[in-house]
Design a protein around this ligand. Structure first.
Ligand SMILES: [Ca+2]
Ligand SMILES: [Ca+2]
Ligand SMILES: [Ca+2]
Ligand SMILES: [Ca+2]
Length: 330
């Protein structure tokens, strides 16, 4: 190596030394090479005349997000977004992941179908449910479907009507025909009413259902000691002797058969007749000749005859009367 070479090398070394150890001037302050210092919240270093500072190392705030703590600058995933803690404030990208399945958490209840949408979901409810998540029961009684005073009971996708008396059907809209069970007897006509019926009886029957026989003898229709027999819508009189007719109120004319003979007069009586005989006849029916028998002899009615000193007479009744003189004895 020549002396010229040596001088050149030394000069080069001197230049290198001065080039790698230069001081720094930063915000009016001088710093040695390699010196570190704090600038506000950053750590800075002088490096060969250049100051470089870390970005806000000191005093930066942590973030608290959904009950978790994150360091400044820390990134994390929240559901489907990417979030960053930035000096105490969390900012999240909006839906970092496309076409998120919003139905994945089964938000639709009671058998509803979930439809995954763009940043939303839609629930298609099954019968009887309503609301965003199909978790609200529909009150099927709201429209008052139960009629005629019925009570409505809200059920699962249905309602039930408890009918008032006399009504039937799903909505209690049908009148119950109380005549359907044929409550009216003995040919009666049934009248269907509201929660009731009435019977229009045929003759001879009475009572709610026309099943009670009317006692036609109750009004004592049979007269003059007759006996009454209660029948079906009628009565029968069994007359006492001497009476006839439906009610035994007609006297039988015992003279109708002309019982009195030989010109006698007949007198109609109560269950009997009386004959008034003409002269020369006697007996109940005046069919016997009117004679008297006296001491073995027969005399005609009105005939007089002698009995010793007395005069006797034969009367209509067959009796003989005599004068009652004491006759002299001979
Ligand atoms: Ca319901
Ligand atoms: Ca009815
Ligand atoms: Ca009767
Ligand atoms: Ca009579």
């Amino acid at each position: 190596m020549t002396p010229i070479h040596i001088v050149f090398v030394l000069a080069s070394l001197c230049v290198l030394a001065s080039a790698t150890n230069r001081p720094c001037t930063y915000k009016g302050q001088n710093y040695r090479h390699d010196q570190t210092f704090i600038d506000v919240y950053s750590e800075c270093k002088c490096n060969d005349g250049q100051v470089t500072c870390s970005q806000r190392v000191y005093g930066k705030k942590q973030c608290t997000y959904k009950e978790k703590t994150y360091q400044d600058g820390q990134t994390f995933i929240d559901v489907y977004s990417e979030c960053t803690c930035n000096d105490g404030t969390v900012t999240c990208s909006q839906r970092a992941y496309a076409n998120i399945d919003e139905c994945a958490t089964n938000p639709c209840k009671n058998g509803a179908t979930c439809i995954n949408g763009q940043n939303k979901y839609t629930c298609m409810c099954t019968g009887g449910w309503q609301g965003t998540n199909c978790d609200q029961d529909i009150d099927e009684c709201v429209g008052n479907p139960c009629k005629n005073g019925a009570t409505c009971i809200n059920g699962q996708n249905k309602y039930t009507c408890t009918c008032a008396g006399g009504w039937q059907g799903t909505n209690c809209e049908q009148d119950i025909n109380e005549c359907a069970t044929n409550p009216c007897k003995n040919g009666a006509t049934c009248n269907n009413l509201l929660n009731n019926y009435t019977c229009t009886c045929t003759g001879g029957w009475q009572g709610t259902n026309c099943d009670q026989d009317i006692d036609e003898c109750a009004t004592n229709p049979c007269k003059n000691g007759a006996s009454c027999i209660n029948g079906q819508n009628k009565y029968t009189c069994t007359c006492a002797a001497g009476w006839q007719g439906t009610n035994c109120d007609h006297d039988i004319n015992e003279c109708a058969t002309n019982p009195c003979k030989n010109g006698a007069t007949c007198i109609n009586g109560q269950n009997q007749y009386t004959c008034t005989c003409k002269g020369g006849w006697q007996g109940t029916n005046c069919d016997q000749e009117n004679t008297c028998t006296y001491e073995g002899n027969t005399y005609q009615d009105g005939q007089t005859f002698k009995d010793e000193c007395n005069t006797c007479k034969c009367h209509k009744n067959g009796k003989v009367t005599c004068s009652n003189r004491k006759c002299p004895t001979y």
